[in-house]
Design a protein. Structure first.
Length: 92
């Protein structure tokens, strides 16, 4: 059906690192590193569906950007031109 889907993570730029609320002072270095990897993996996995849908339909995924207007402009710019190729065989 030639439908192109563009997706956008409206959460904007996310800080996936630790904050003071994480209180990692009493944990081992390996535990801290493991928790950080898990947090990043969970965050990126939460975007997989949006990315897959856009990629499979010829669109693109807008992520890690707090400027939603710029993301929408990028989509509109991408849609500003297109071409259609058709073939009609002779009636023979």
């Amino acid at each position: 059906a030639s439908v192109v889907i563009y997706s956008m993570d409206a959460r904007g730029l996310q800080a996936v690192g630790f904050t003071a609320a994480d209180n990692t002072g009493d944990r081992s270095t390996q535990d801290v590193a493991s928790r950080l990897v898990d947090r990043r993996t969970e965050f990126y996995n939460s975007q997989d569906g949006l990315n897959y849908l856009a990629q499979q339909t010829g669109g693109f995924f807008i992520r890690d950007n707090n400027d939603l207007a710029a993301g929408i402009k990028r989509v509109l710019d991408d849609q500003s031109g297109y071409y259609l190729i058709a073939y009609r065989p002779d009636d023979s």
